[in-house]
Ligand binder design. Structure first.
Ligand SMILES: Nc1ncnc2c1ncn2[C@@H]1O[C@H](COP(=O)(O)OP(=O)(O)OP(=O)(O)O)[C@@H](O)[C@H]1O
Length: 313
C-alpha cells in the first residue's frame, strides 16, 4: 500500500483516496487540497484497502477521515471505523470522486474543494448507520438483480436513478426475469410488524437515500429508520422508457410497497442466493438481517444537507 505524507501533518486528519473511482481524474486535485488543508493522504491500491487504511490510521491517532472516492470507498472507510470500534471517536467526511456520488449529494457535498471546506468548517451531525448482518452501509442496501450489471451501467443512468440504475440496467439486458420469491419481516418500534411475502424484482433499503420516482433522494438520516421499497413482479415490465421506470417507482404504482421501518429480516426462497449491494459493495445471501443503529456515525455535512428533508411527508 502506498502512503504519502505531506509535510506538517499530524496523522489526525486523513484522506483515504481511491485513485481509480469515477473517471480516475481526481487524485492530483485531492492531493493539492489535502496539502493545503493539512491532511495526510492514504491511497488504496486494490479492493478492500480503504478498510485497512482507515483502521490503521485510527490506530495512529486519526480523528477525522475523509473518503475520496464513490459510495464504495466511503463504505470501506465506515467499515474501517466500525472495525476499529471508533464510531464515537472519529468524524467521517466525503470528497466526491466516484461515478454517481449519491451519498455525497445526500449530505450536501458537491465537489472536492467544497468537500474540504465542509471538513474544515461544516456542521457535524450524528447520522444513522445501517447494518446488514453486521456489515455497515451509509446510503443503501439493495437486493435483487443489481450486482451483475454494474460494470455496464452508464454514468448518465446512475446520475438519474442512483443505485436503482443497476436494477433497471439488468432488467433491460434480459428479456424476462422470474423475480425472487422472498419474505420480508419488517420491524418498527411503534408499529405492528408487517410481513411482506411474494415475488420481488428488487428490495431497496435506503438509509441516506429514498427511492422516489423523481426529485430529491435525500432521506431523513437521523430518525433511526429506513425507507424500504419492495418492487414486485417480474421482468416483463417494459423498462426501456424512463417514464416506465418513474411509473414503476411512483407513489401510485401497484408494483411497489413502501415502508418506513427500523429493521427487517429477509428470507429468500430460491435455490441460489441473492446479491445485495451495500453502498455498491456486493454480498450474496439467502437470509439477511438488516438493522438501523440510530445516530451512530459523526459526519461532516454541507449546507444543503437538511436533517428533515423538505420533501418528507
Ligand atoms: N486502487 C484500487 N484499484 C482497484 N480497485 C479499487 C482500488 N481502490 C478501491 N478499489 C475498489 O473500487 C471500487 C469502487 O469504488 P467506488 O464505489 O468508491 O467508486 P465508483 O464505483 O467509481 O463510484 P460510485 O460508487 O459513486 O458509482 C470499490 O469496490 C473498491 O474496493
Amino acid at each position: 500500500m502506498a502512503t504519502t505524507s505531506p509535510t506538517e501533518t499530524t496523522g489526525e486528519r486523513v484522506v483515504v483516496l481511491n485513485p481509480v473511482s469515477g473517471a480516475g481524474d481526481h487524485p492530483e486535485t485531492v492531493r493539492e487540497h489535502a496539502e493545503d488543508y493539512g491532511y495526510d493522504v492514504l491511497e488504496t491500491e486494490e479492493e478492500g484497502d480503504a478498510i485497512e487504511l482507515t483502521r490503521d490510521a485510527i490506530g495512529d491517532g486519526a480523528t477525522e477521515i475523509a473518503a475520496a472516492g464513490g459510495d464504495g470507498t466511503l463504505n470501506g472507510v465506515v467499515r474501517g471505523v466500525v472495525e476499529a470500534e471508533a464510531l464515537d471517536d472519529v468524524t467521517v467526511g466525503v470528497l466526491p470522486c466516484g461515478t454517481g456520488n449519491d451519498f455525497a449529494a445526500n449530505v450536501g457535498v458537491t465537489g472536492i474543494e467544497q468537500g474540504f471546506e465542509v471538513l474544515e468548517a461544516g456542521e457535524r451531525r450524528r447520522i444513522d448507520l445501517g447494518f446488514a448482518d453486521g456489515d455497515p452501509f451509509v446510503n443503501s442496501c439493495v437486493g435483487g438483480l443489481t450486482a451483475e450489471s454494474s460494470a455496464e451501467t452508464s454514468p448518465a443512468l446512475k446520475d438519474q436513478f442512483g443505485t436503482f440504475a443497476y436494477v433497471v440496467e439488468t432488467l433491460r439486458a434480459i428479456p424476462s426475469f422470474d423475480g425472487i420469491r422472498l419474505t420480508a419481516r419488517l420491524s418498527d418500534a411503534d408499529a405492528d410488524a408487517p410481513v411482506w411475502s411474494g415475488t420481488a424484482i428488487a428490495v431497496l433499503i435506503g438509509n441516506g437515500r429514498r427511492f422516489p420516482p423523481s426529485g430529491s433522494t435525500q432521506a431523513n438520516m437521523e430518525d433511526g429508520r429506513f425507507d424500504v421499497t419492495l418492487v414486485h413482479g417480474t421482468g416483463s415490465v417494459d423498462l426501456m422508457e424512463t417514464a416506465a421506470v418513474e411509473r414503476l417507482l411512483g407513489r401510485e404504482s401497484d408494483q411497489t410497497s413502501r415502508y418506513t421501518v427500523s429493521g427487517l429480516e429477509i428470507e429468500v426462497q430460491e435455490a441460489d442466493p441473492v446479491s445485495f449491494s451495500l453502498d455498491g459493495e456486493i454480498i450474496e445471501r439467502h437470509e439477511l438481517s438488516v438493522r438501523n443503529e440510530p445516530r451512530a456515525l459523526t459526519f461532516a455535512v454541507g449546507e444543503r444537507y437538511e436533517p428533515i428533508p423538505g420533501g418528507e411527508e
